[in-house]
Design a protein around this ligand. Structure first.
Ligand code: AMP
Length: 392
């Protein structure tokens, strides 16, 4: 299933290992706000340190405009990392060039060097091969542990792998194993739950899952476009008129598999304290909008989830940021956590919902990559993974 070489397949002793991590974490006033992604990269870092590598870490952070911008510096991440490991952690304020090369040359086995944000150069997102070569010049081998960036062909995720022996880290391997298995050989019934604001973001995912899964349960704003495609008026609900035809085609293809809410919570304003009521699905009056799935839908979906062998969930069932419209999302989180299925949750909002509900421990696998996990569910090849060496 996982056919790429990983760090355990090669000799890392006394090697300089250039590790692409996903340190794209929220930072406020120079302080890391959520360390999930940093912690998730520790097993790979620790393995390399324990086995005699000098570890050079690099990552993007946020969306700087192709030039250095202190707001997006990785220095706070390097500082934070010092509190998690017991070895020296150095930081250099460039990711290529003489300063980075000097710091890399001085780095000894058992030490960590954090490079500055890769997106301070425009070559990063253009997958500029000169930049990739400069990365490669810093090390003896390349490890990609940044699953969250693996769907991008950037210099630090794809280009660099052409110039060094390139292997996967433990996080990358774990993500691919869970998601890959769910898609290729799921324990059945395989139930996919898809929510979030827009259908247009997830057309490919729905198409692929209608082939692979036994049930596809739809919630969130995207359900509205399906309702409109069925001929209902949607009042002030979020609807994507430009994909109504596609929604109709998906409904036709999805007969017997694609399930839409049977009831919804509507509100007379996009506010937590708006008047709200539960109605069966039908036309929505002007001035009202759908903001959550209803109790009957929660009950129906929960039954399907309870019988599942595999559950994959991406996207909230309603506007869960507002407590009065969060019930659908939290009750579905509960149903997923309580089911005996292999459960995989991806996408920032559904992961946040699972974390907030205190049920994260009951989920088999929480993906660290929203976009990357969606592309896997869509059946696409991830360039950052494809670029790694194949297992013999
Ligand atoms: P996405 O990034 O596509 O996963 O969408 C997540 C966003 O969808 C969240 O911010 C939710 O508030 C929003 N959302 C979910 N359901 C609805 C709805 N019925 N109407 C408007 N927005 C929604």
């Amino acid at each position: 299933m996982f056919n790429k070489k990983s760090i355990t397949d090669i000799d890392v002793k006394n090697k300089k290992a250039l590790v692409r991590v996903d340190f794209n974490v929220p930072i406020k006033d120079g302080v890391v706000q959520d360390d999930t992604r940093i912690v998730a990269s520790l097993p790979t870092i620790q393995y390399l340190l324990d086995n005699g590598s000098a570890v050079i870490l690099f990552s993007h952070l946020g969306r700087p405009k192709d030039e250095p911008d202190p707001k997006y510096s990785l220095r706070p991440v390097a500082e934070y990392l010092k509190t998690l490991v017991s070895v020296p952690v150095y930081f250099v304020d460039d990711c290529i060039g003489p300063e980075a090369e000097k710091a890399s040359q001085q780095l000894k086995p058992g030490e960590i060097l954090v490079l500055e944000n890769t997106r301070f150069y425009k070559g990063e997102s253009k997958n500029d091969l000169d930049m990739a070569k400069k990365f490669a010049a810093l090390a003896d081998l390349y490890v990609n542990d940044a699953f969250g960036s693996a769907h991008r062909a950037h210099a630090s995720t794809e280009g660099v792998a052409r110039y060094l022996p390139a292997v996967a880290g433990f996080l990358m391997e774990k993500e691919i194993r869970y998601l890959g298995q769910a898609i290729a050989d799921p324990k059945r019934p395989f139930v996919a739950i898809l929510g979030g604001a827009k259908v247009s973001d997830k057309i490919g995912v729905i198409e692929n899952l209608l082939q692979k899964a036994d049930s596809v349960l739809i919630g969130g704003g995207m359900a509205n476009t399906f309702f409109k495609a069925q001929g209902y008026e949607m009042g002030d609900s979020l609807v994507e008129d430009e994909v109504l035809d596609i929604a109709r085609q998906l409904i036709a293809k999805g007969t017997g598999k694609l399930r839409l809410p049977v009831d919804v919570v509507i509100a007379n304003a996009f506010e937590n304290d708006a008047d709200r009521k539960v109605i069966s699905v039908g036309s929505i009056p002007d001035g009202w909008r759908i903001l959550d799935i209803g109790p009957e839908t929660i009950k129906n979906y929960s039954k399907v989830i309870a019988k599942a062998g595999t559950v994959v969930w991406n996207g909230p069932m309603g506007v869960f940021e507002m407590p009065n419209f969060a019930r659908g999302t939290f009750d579905i989180a509960k149903a997923v956590a309580e089911s005996k299925a292999i459960s995989i949750v991806g996408g920032g909002d559904s992961v946040a919902a699972v974390n907030q509900s205190g049920l994260a421990e009951k989920i088999t696998h929480i993906s660290t990559g929203g976009g990357a996990s969606l592309e896997m569910l869509e059946g696409k090849e991830l360039p950052g993974l494809a670029a790694l060496m194949d297992k013999e």
